[in-house]
Design a protein around this ligand. Structure first.
Ligand SMILES: [Zn+2]
Length: 316
């Protein structure tokens, strides 16, 4: 008995030693690779830009976490702009929009599905290029464990609703409709925050994260537009919005969109311009839900981002 116990302990020690060494090695490798990435970024910035760069770039927040929206403000000396700048990141190009004379801004989404670490992006304006490195930190999201009875697959979306929602999320209007921080869309308490990850029957759903914030407002409680915009999507259960339920989508401009799901009532129509605080509909339990609530999804260039920084600090 005591021998077995000792043997057991011995194996624990061996395994611990091995795991610990692997852990240290992994840390060393990740530390070296981040260091290398930063060195490359600094070197490439130095190499590709003239001694006096006409492109000034400000990135905020300075320490973004997964789910944050990254704002890239680009300034150039007056009279030197030939083209509207854009930001390139991992084969994607994000447009920048004028926010003041000689001042442009691009918004870059990040999501819980990405790996934390250094992002290298290029700011391109005409023939001028600046390489910027930004470290995106990890963030721990709450975990939800869902157990489904065997063979129960739930409700499937219709192709029609998937197409309509995908088309809506792709909107990039050059006009900026919002102004200042976003406001609460419903007075109910928050029942699920952004980014919750799930296990289904013990298996991690690697493509799932909660793409929005849930408000536990009662059926019929008003939903307010959190910011100005144009109503660009109105869909109903009878049209085939089986998962989303009755839905309103607001285009806030410059690639920023909001979707409001599971409504009992819709008070706006496509093309309407809305102001912050304006009632757009009421909380309901339509679509694939277990109870009445409002789901608010905020998208930047089609990716669901955390609305909290938009509510607290805002992007102007
Ligand atoms: Zn939700």
């Amino acid at each position: 008995m005591s021998n077995q116990y000792r043997a057991h302990n011995f194996w624990e020690l061996v395994n611990f030693g091995r795991n610990h060494r692997q852990f240290k090695l992994k840390r060393l490798i990740s530390f070296l690779s981040i260091g290398l990435a930063v060195v490359i970024a600094i070197a490439s910035t130095t190499l590709s830009t003239p001694a006096v760069s006409a492109l000034q770039v400000q990135v905020s927040p300075t320490n973004p976490k997964l789910g944050d929206t990254i704002s890239v403000v680009i300034e150039q000396e007056p009279g030197t702009f030939s083209n509207t700048p854009a930001v390139k990141l991992q084969q994607k190009t994000y447009p920048a929009f004028a926010v003041a004379p000689n001042r442009f801004r691009a918004m870059l989404p990040t999501t819980p599905l990405e790996q934390p670490g250094v992002r290298q992006f290029q700011v391109v304006a005409g023939d001028q290029v600046r390489n910027i490195a930004v470290k995106v930190s990890d963030r721990s999201f709450p975990i939800q464990r869902i157990n489904l009875p065997p063979g129960k697959s739930g409700i499937n979306a219709t192709q029609y609703e998937l197409d309509r929602v995908a088309e809506f999320k792709k909107l990039v209007t050059s006009q900026k409709y919002w102004n200042g921080p976003f406001t609460r869309p419903n007075k109910g308490r928050i029942s699920a925050i952004y980014g919750v990850r799930r296990y289904y029957n013990g298996k991690f759903a690697k493509d799932y994260y909660h793409r929005g914030v849930d408000y536990a407002g009662g059926v019929g409680s008003p939903i307010f537009a959190p910011a100005s915009g144009r109503v660009a999507l109105v869909g109903t259960v009878s049209q085939g919005f089986r998962i989303h339920g009755n839905i309103v989508g607001i285009d806030h401009g410059q690639g920023v969109t909001s979707a409001f799901l599971h409504l009992s009532r819709i008070d706006v129509k496509e093309g309407d311009m809305v102001k912050p605080g304006q009632v757009i509909g009421a909380v309901g339990a339509t679509g694939a839900v277990t109870g009445p609530h409002l789901h608010w999804g905020l998208y930047v260039h089609g990716e669901s981002v955390d609305p909290v920084p938009w509510r607290e600090r805002g992007f102007n």
